[in-house]
Design a protein around this ligand. Structure first.
Ligand SMILES: O=C(O)CCC(=O)C(=O)O
Length: 271
């Protein structure tokens, strides 16, 4: 696997979020204390005050691939968010939990749920999903991602992997209904999992070119930003890892275009 290029983009500062519920209040107090300490060191450093929640980004680059990776939440906060999501998120069951791949219907090897702004739908892997109303924790995570990136999101796809047997096949998120200017922001909570990128020209036996895949490990509390044009040129997957016995929740925040002319025809996907 190619060793990806990492550059520190900025240095750590802390945040000033105002979550409502009590476990988050504790986290806020700790953050506020940390912020006071760090602010005294960083007063002169206005260049990093672009967004209210700066984090130490690592840049991941390859031909046509542009990603940023950071630890967004401390272990304690990530643990708390994981527990809250386990209580709040309602996953699809029955027909709702299936996808279509090249015309065939399959159970997906994980659980899925979709949340977002009222009336939004998203079509992927041959199925159309309606967004449930945001839960408080999803809203809190979405707003933290926005404060960190300056990007706004109106939809999130939630994937829950009960253990390392659950996985996601190679695919790219290039649906017409997604705003092509907006990165996809992927927040990971729970067991760390490998995540692979493969260039579209180097897929399959008859691949046109040999391009090294890019391999990452997505840690508990991490944020991976897949910036344009990554999803045009690169496919991604979360492979089976039999030794992993613990669950993981992944949230991919997206911006769906509101233009009524957008057309999302179901296309063959991968489960
Ligand atoms: O669980 C992950 O990290 C992968 C999620 C993903 O690929 C997607 O939502 O498109």
């Amino acid at each position: 696997m190619e060793k990806f290029v990492i550059q520190d983009r900025n240095k750590r500062r802390c945040t000033s979020d105002t979550p409502a519920a009590s476990p988050r209040k504790k986290i806020k107090q700790e953050r506020d204390e940390k912020m006071k300490e760090e602010d005294s060191e960083d007063d002169e450093d206005t260049a990093f005050a672009e967004f209210s929640n700066p984090v130490p980004w690592q840049k991941i680059e390859a031909e046509g691939l542009d990603c940023d990776y950071a630890l967004l939440f401390s272990k304690e906060e990530a643990d708390c968010l994981f527990t809250q999501l386990e209580e709040e998120v309602v996953y699809a069951t029955g027909e709702e939990s299936k996808v279509q791949v090249y015309g065939k219907v399959y159970n997906i090897p994980r659980k899925q749920a979709t949340y977002g702004d009222a009336g939004l739908t998203y079509t992927y892997s041959g199925v159309r999903r309606i967004a449930c109303p945001w839960t408080p924790t999803l809203e809190y995570i979405r707003d933290t991602v926005t404060k960190t990136t300056g990007q706004t999101f109106n939809f999130v796809l939630v994937n829950r992997y009960k253990d390392g047997q659950d996985h996601m096949g190679e695919h790219h998120d290039d649906e017409k209904e997604l705003d092509p200017r907006c990165p996809i922001a992927s927040v990971s909570l729970g067991a760390a999992r490998d995540f692979f990128f493969k260039h579209r020209d180097s897929r399959g036996k008859q691949s046109r070119r040999q391009i090294e895949p890019v391999k990452l490990e997505l840690a508990h509390g991490s944020l991976l930003l897949m910036n344009p044009p990554t999803n045009t040129f690169w496919y991604h997957s979360l492979p089976v890892r039999k030794k992993i016995l613990l669950p993981r929740i992944n949230l991919t925040f997206r911006r769906i275009l509101l233009d009524s002319k957008r057309e999302s025809k179901p296309k063959p996907g991968v489960s």
